[in-house]
Design a protein around this ligand. Structure first.
Ligand code: DC
Length: 226
């Protein structure tokens, strides 16, 4: 399906996908698709337009047409815009994550975002981070990784991440949120969170980001000539 090399990194919340994908894209000089950000943007745009999070046709229309832009500032930090407005922080709250998980369960929203996601595959290559990158969006990717970590460690990582971003968070509430979101992402009928049959599953509990990145690069070098 695609001539451009694609590496897919799927897994549940707090598995380290985001950090690892960013580091991999940087190490390889490839583009990055943060597909979770797209679902977060749909949810935020819906809230701002007072569109109900279960109005599937309206949400799909919004996802097909909304004006979004991904870029980075001079220090290389990501910047995400919705209708020209900086929403980088607004989409990272737990509320936005939970809303995203709800709109992500709707088939019409997922298909509205499909082509948009595939357009991220540009030379020299793409690291695609999400839940269904290896199963649905890039089924022909040469390297597919599924990252996991224990629920306790995932909640702790998420807690630290939010603290670093200056977003208030409570560890116990976060653990519950993560469990609820995982359940919804795994149980949904369309594109559920499951490893692709041909993915390498890595349990990253107790591993450093550098350790995971080294391991994934080893797998990638074995499978692709990079
Ligand atoms: O990775 P994240 O936490 O930013 O993702 C937010 C939500 O979006 C997550 O709960 C599930 C959903 N999502 C999805 O269904 N498919 C993707 N490819 C990426 C995210």
């Amino acid at each position: 399906m695609q001539a451009v090399p694609v590496m897919t990194i799927d897994g549940p919340s707090g598995s380290g996908k985001g950090t690892v994908s960013r580091a991999l894209a940087k190490a390889l000089g490839w583009s990055l698709l943060d597909s979770g950000a797209l679902y977060r943007l749909v949810a935020l745009a819906a809230r701002r337009a007072s569109t109900s999070l279960d109005d599937e046709p309206a949400l799909a229309k919004l996802a097909a047409q909304f004006d979004i832009r991904f870029s980075s500032n001079a220090s290389g930090e990501e910047q995400i815009y919705l209708k020209g407005q900086d929403v980088t922080r607004a989409i990272r709250t737990e509320e936005a994550g939970n809303d995203a998980s709800k709109v992500a369960a709707l088939a019409a929203v997922r298909s509205a975002l499909l082509e948009r996601q595939r357009r991220f595959a540009v030379p020299p290559g793409l690291v695609a981070d999400g839940r269904d990158m290896g199963t649905v969006v890039f089924p022909d990717a040469k390297v597919k990784i599924f990252l996991t970590a224990s629920p306790t460690e995932r909640a702790l990582r998420r807690h630290n991440q939010l603290k670093e971003k200056g977003v208030a968070a409570n560890l116990a509430a976060l653990s519950l949120d993560i469990a609820e979101r995982d359940q919804r992402d795994m149980a949904r009928a369309v594109s559920p969170l499951v490893p692709s049959a041909d993915a390498s599953t890595l349990d990253t509990t107790g591993m450093s980001v550098d350790g995971v990145v080294r391991l994934v690069l080893e797998i990638a070098r074995e499978r692709m000539k990079i």
